[in-house]
Design a protein around this ligand. Structure first.
Ligand SMILES: Cc1cc2nc3c(=O)[nH]c(=O)nc-3n(C[C@H](O)[C@H](O)[C@H](O)COP(=O)(O)OP(=O)(O)OC[C@H]3O[C@@H](n4cnc5c(N)ncnc54)[C@H](O)[C@@H]3O)c2cc1C
Length: 461
């Protein structure tokens, strides 16, 4: 058998016992960290096929890491091989500024930084820390998505390393099935080492900030949020967050605006409900120049947040009063009774689906194409013994919102792949696209090399 050293890789191989190995174990959530036998950081796409062959002969599990933001252990492995794409993070803006080529290990901060220098923006996730690899294959829903669609809706072409070691280009003409599957089907079809996405002119400056309300004003803030929701356009959004912040850690609602200067309405008009229907105790807004700057607005908050994090999302058609009030009640009660988990937060994205809902179901693998928005439920605790309780609360609230929205809307919107944890029914995650995805799993990964991630059962029939 060949040794790892004889593979003659351009990239670096890290094994347990070195400080570089220890640093490379880092993930956004401490719950995502496992200890692989090898961490390999390729520097060329051609490093990857021999690695896959090496792992196959030894029956080693293969995991792929891009931004390391998923709160499951899908980008880590206990004893196997982690293909850590962090050295493949080059960004190239095309000469005509119509597209950006992104290597598979870049995070959105890398993209926004290169875009800011060249005067272009790309629809990606709201925060810079999120990896392009994991998010774009699952959709990538961010501040520009109502205007331009998901990140995956803007994919023009990709380069993928397949399970059998072939490196293929895929677009609507070449390997079109693969191109369809990686736009919302997740990581089950190959390692995307390069994405080419559509680019747009800058949408800044943007108005951001925070309007803070005590929990006692919850009913008024919800009314204000409903007024905002009824009038919102694709260029203005607010995130309504349920948080406990020091020094007293009382329940608080913080409204975080993101308003593009392209909006047809003035900032005053857009934020009026949050200043009249509800009265903030802190009212701070400012303007930031571009997508890069807005992707850093939560840096200070995140740097202090407990690192044992689990995230689930729930989709909703509207801010139904009883649904949001019950979610608030459960969150208040849980964070009151579990002080170690009091940093658990809920972030309601309030804005129209816009361009996302203009695609037909089945046009790409991403299934949810009707008006909707989503809430991210972020469970956080500091002590290991509280992991299970926090995890259970996050699941309880996500399940509750799904059921309550189904009862109001008359049908189920399903579960977002980007925030799924692997225990959801695949039908809920992929909807009517599941049968085609199962056939393509059999075509592109018949031996199930991509075991990690949200599993898709191959259909060999
Ligand atoms: C703080 C935070 C904020 C978030 N905000 C948003 C948001 O605004 N919008 C949104 O849509 N989602 C958001 N998410 C969810 C995010 O999209 C997913 O967690 C996503 O999986 C993260 O991608 P990653 O590359 O960082 O993850 P990783 O943990 O590196 O990987 C996650 C999965 O993707 C696979 N993968 C990674 N790279 C590749 C690749 N190049 N090719 C094939 N498979 C790959 C991995 O194997 C793994 O299964 C957020 C998550 C966090 C933690």
């Amino acid at each position: 058998m060949t040794s790892m050293a004889s593979l003659d890789l351009k990239g670096q191989v890290l094994v347990p016992g070195s400080s570089e190995y220890d640093a490379a174990l880092h993930r956004n959530s401490d719950l995502s960290v496992l200890e692989p036998g090898y961490i390999v950081q390729p520097e060329a796409y051609t490093d990857i096929p021999p690695l896959l062959a090496y792992a196959a002969v030894r029956d080693l599990e293969v995991a792929v890491k891009s931004g390391g933001c998923h709160s499951q252990t899908w980008a880590s492995s206990q004893g196997g091989v982690v293909i850590d794409l962090s050295r493949l993070n080059r960004i190239t803006v095309s000469d005509d500024k119509a597209s950006v080529s992104i290597q598979g290990g870049a995070n959105w901060g890398d993209v926004y930084e290169a875009g800011a220098k060249e005067g272009v923006e790309v629809p990606g996730t709201s925060l810079w820390i999120v990896g392009v690899g994991g998010s774009l294959t699952g959709g990538a829903n961010g501040n520009l998505s109502s205007r331009y669609g998901l990140g995956s809706d803007n994919l023009l072409e990709a380069t993928v390393v397949l399970a059998d070691g072939r490196i293929v280009r895929t677009n609507t003409e070449e390997e079109p099935d693969l191109f369809w599957a990686i736009r919302g089907g997740g990581n089950q079809f190959g390692i995307v080492v390069e994405f080419v996405v559509r680019a747009y002119p800058p949408s800044g400056p943007m108005t951001v900030g925070r309007l803070v309300y005590p929990g006692t004003a919850f009913d008024d803030v919800l009314k204000a949020a409903q007024e905002f929701e009824a009038a919102a356009t694709p260029d203005d959004k607010v995130t309504m967050s349920f948080m406990r912040t020091g020094p007293d850690f009382k329940p608080t609602v913080i409204v975080l605006p993101w308003i593009s200067s392209k909006s047809s309405r003035s900032v005053q008009e857009i934020l009026k409900p949050f200043r009249t229907t509800a009265l903030p105790i802190v009212d701070y807004t400012t303007t930031l120049p571009d997508q890069l700057a807005t992707s850093h607005v939560f840096d200070a908050t995140l740097s202090q947040a407990p690192r044992r994090l689990t995230i689930r999302g729930a989709t909703f058609t509207k801010l139904w009063t009883d649904m949001v009030a019950e979610a608030w009640r459960r969150w208040v009660t849980f964070t009151e009774e579990n002080p170690d988990s009091r940093s658990t937060a809920m972030m309601w994205d309030i804005r129209p689906a816009g361009r996302i809902a203009e695609f037909a179901v089945g046009e790409t693998a991403y299934p949810l194409r009707e008006p909707h928005s989503f809430v991210a439920i972020q469970g956080r605790n500091t002590r290991r013994e509280n992991d299970k309780t926090t995890y259970a609360l996050v699941k309880d609230i996500a399940d509750y919102i799904r059921q309550a929205n189904t009862a109001h809307a008359g049908h189920d919107l399903g579960v977002l792949l980007s925030m799924a944890q692997g225990d959801e029914p695949p039908e809920a995650v992929f909807g009517p696209n599941l049968p085609r995805l199962r056939k393509l799993k059999a075509k592109y990964d018949p031996k199930n090399v991509w075991k990690k991630g949200f599993a898709i059962e191959p259909d060999f029939s």
